[in-house]
Design a binder for this molecule. Structure first.
Ligand code: HEM
Ligand code: HEM
Length: 224
């Protein structure tokens, strides 16, 4: 189904504002990742890899992987849907790999310093996020090898995958937000800069929610 056709009857202002928010979302995802990279200076210590890899994973890779399907802001908008799917899963695999490495960095760093694990909301939600990312990725395999999910129609699988994917992205955004609340970040970034940083995962999550729910509603309207 060509989603662009679905939106043809919409007033132009909506299409323009959706295109503008998708474009801004790319800027925010890249800008926020670059900002955290500058703050953490990856390689300067074992800990430095944690904020860097987690931001790279959830702000850049996961968000960009979902944006590939955006009818307004996909960098590969004119490519066939199947190709978008391929780009999507490659980026989501990178996301999962970086998340595991980032998690290993903080876990090992805490072990070296004799600190207890998962003692903060950020730590607990972060663990849940990484687990959810793993489950979501494994559960997505039948989307490309349909024979693995007998008794499930492809459209049902896609619907569930999009809904749970949105929840996983939301978990990632919340973990990022809570990461910005840690003492490590708030001692070096405060005031307006902190609020501006916090706005980045919130804005990205809102754009994802809008994209996925709009796409699902359009599909439902076509089916009924
Ligand atoms: C979605 C992204 C993120 C996830 C999934 C995540 C996950 C985690 C987890 C699971 C821990 C606890 C590890 C343990 O106790 O062994 C942790 C700790 C920590 N993280 Fe993150 N993190 C993320 C992003 C960030 C960001 C962006 C920052 C900094 C700006 C950050 C800073 C910290 C700090 C300072 C700790 C140690 C203190 C604590 O345990 O609360 N994290 N993170
Ligand atoms: C944590 C990892 C993942 C998340 C959060 C995620 C999230 C999403 C979301 C939200 C969508 C819907 C996008 C939209 O309709 O606008 C989607 C679509 C899709 N995903 Fe994933 N995904 C993940 C991993 C994967 C993996 C590993 C694969 C392949 C093995 C995959 C294959 C697909 C495909 C083929 C679609 C298109 C479905 C359709 O035609 O409607 N995803 N994903």
């Amino acid at each position: 189904m060509d989603r662009n056709k679905e939106t043809e009857s919409e007033p132009r202002i909506y299409a323009y504002s959706r295109a503008a928010s998708a474009a801004l979302c790319h800027v925010v995802c890249v800008g926020f990742t670059a900002f955290i990279a500058v703050q953490s200076r990856p390689g300067s210590s074992l800990f430095s890899w944690h904020p860097f890899l987690m931001t790279l994973s959830f702000s850049l890779f996961m968000s960009e992987a979902i944006l590939f399907f955006s009818p307004y802001g996909s960098p590969i908008r004119r490519f066939p849907h199947k190709t978008k799917g391929r780009f999507h899963w490659v980026l989501q695999c990178l996301c999962g790999s970086c998340a595991v490495l980032g998690m290993a960095a903080i876990y090992y760093n805490k072990n070296l310093n004799g600190k207890p694990h998962f003692t903060s909301w950020h730590g607990v939600l972060g663990l849940l996020t990484v687990c959810a990312t793993g489950v979501q990725s494994l559960a997505a395999v039948p989307l490309i090898h349909h024979s693995l999910a007998k008794g499930w129609s492809l459209s049902k699988l896609k619907r569930y995958h999009a809904a749970t994917g949105l929840v996983t992205h939301l978990l990632g955004s919340t973990s990022l937000l809570l990461g910005l609340g840690t003492a490590w970040f708030t001692t070096s970034v405060g005031g307006y800069a902190w609020y501006l940083s916090a706005l980045c995962p919130v804005f990205t999550a809102l754009v994802m929610m809008n994209q996925v729910t709009t796409a699902q509603m359009a599909k439902k309207r076509l089916q009924s």
